[in-house]
Design a protein around this ligand. Structure first.
Ligand code: 3HC
Length: 317
């Protein structure tokens, strides 16, 4: 097996859409052993069942051999819930893909700093939160980044931002924290390439290149709906047919996607979309990132998109 990046074992924290997709491409394309961890065992079970479906579909379509699918599935194991993050102590790399919440990420990176080897790469799939801030949490609990500067784990923290749906989307954004070492950066890049992805590099600015551009676009579409400039369907159709976007900003792929949720708001989830916009707005103070009132109200109502059956569209989950 060729492992230029030196990654043979990967821990993935978070078995939602992103974590599961990352586990999938890592096991199938980069051929690494994956340990999947989620605080919810039900989420892990759901993720694994989705992985089985995806592999079966690719075999049925002749995209992969049955033996490759079987080997990929065998590479994925589940972390014992009682052991938790400690189970990842021998991993060469860990990718965190939990919800967009800085406090949760801080806790995870502090634990990872304490539990993993000193050469384990610690990557975050955050969509918008500062990698530098997350890296500064990579010190054992109770110690401050400044007091342990010499032995802090911040140099092994990096941003690896995958796109949804991970098995399909070709891009990974690579983001360096102020603290990230060159070695961490180049190994993370090689790993993303081994997963079959193309890599772009962004500075550690709120939302990086991707979401700093995408979020105002989505938010503007919601505001136009709110103002009654056009209907939901016409807004989406305009972007789809006029600009060849695969799906409109408000749209969900309700007819086309049997396996999982689809585009933009409905693949991102309105709650995540709002969290990203809040991070962008707080991080820049720029009013172009201010979340629309309608988006806030939708999240207040827990109308989150495909994940719970209702967003700008209704879904038969
Ligand atoms: N997981 C795995 N595979 C999936 C999938 C999923 N969730 N959804 C669709 N697919 C696969 C299908 O199985 C199908 O594979 P096949 O060619 O082997 O049959 C292929 O994708 C195409 O699917 P469909 O024909 O059913 O549907 P579409 O032609 O509409 O394509 C799409 C689906 C690729 C998702 C397309 O709609 C698209 O490109 N949408 C835009 C997605 C996008 O913009 N993503 C980025 C979101 S932003 C982000 O992730 C950043 C984050 O930080 C917020």
């Amino acid at each position: 097996m060729s492992v230029a990046h030196g990654i043979k074992s990967l821990g993935v924290i978070g078995a939602g859409q992103m974590g599961l997709g990352i586990a999938y491409v890592a096991a199938l394309r980069a051929k690494v052993n994956v340990q999947l961890y989620d605080r919810s065992p039900e989420q892990v079970a759901k993720g694994l069942s989705l992985m089985d479906k995806l592999l079966a579909k690719d075999v049925a379509k002749g995209k992969i051999q049955e033996a490759d699918a079987r080997q990929a599935r065998e590479r994925v194991s589940v972390v014992d819930h009682a052991v938790g993050v400690r189970a990842l102590r021998d991993a060469d790399m860990v990718i965190e893909a939990v919800s967009e919440n800085l406090e949760i990420k801080r806790r995870i990176f502090s634990e990872l700093a304490a539990e993993t080897r000193s050469d384990t790469i610690l990557a975050t799939n955050t969509s918008s939160i500062s990698i530098t801030k997350i890296a500064s949490s990579a010190v054992p609990q109770g110690e401050s980044a400044a007091s342990v500067l010499g032995r802090s784990s911040a140099g092994r923290v990096v941003g690896l931002h995958f796109f949804n749906p991970v098995p399909v989307m070709k891009l990974v954004e690579l983001i360096s924290a102020l603290q990230t070492s060159d070695e961490t950066l180049s190994r993370a890049r090689e790993f993303a390439v081994a997963c079959g992805k193309e890599v772009t590099v962004s500075k550690d600015v709120p939302g990086f290149v991707s979401n700093a551009l995408l979020m105002p676009f989505i938010n503007e579409a919601i505001m136009w709906l709110e103002k009654g400039v056009a209907t939901r369907d016409d807004i989406d159709k305009t972007l789809r047919l006029g600009m060849n976007h695969p799906m409109g900003p408000l749209q969900l792929g309700r007819h086309s996607l049997a396996l999982l949720s689809a585009h933009h708001l409905h693949s991102i989830g309105l709650d995540t979309c709002l969290a990203i916009q809040q991070t962008l707005y707080a991080g820049t103070g720029d009013s172009k990132y201010r979340p629309s009132v309608l988006l806030e109200r939708m999240v207040d109502a827990q109308w989150l998109g495909r994940k719970n059956g209702k967003g700008f569209y209704e879904y038969d989950n």
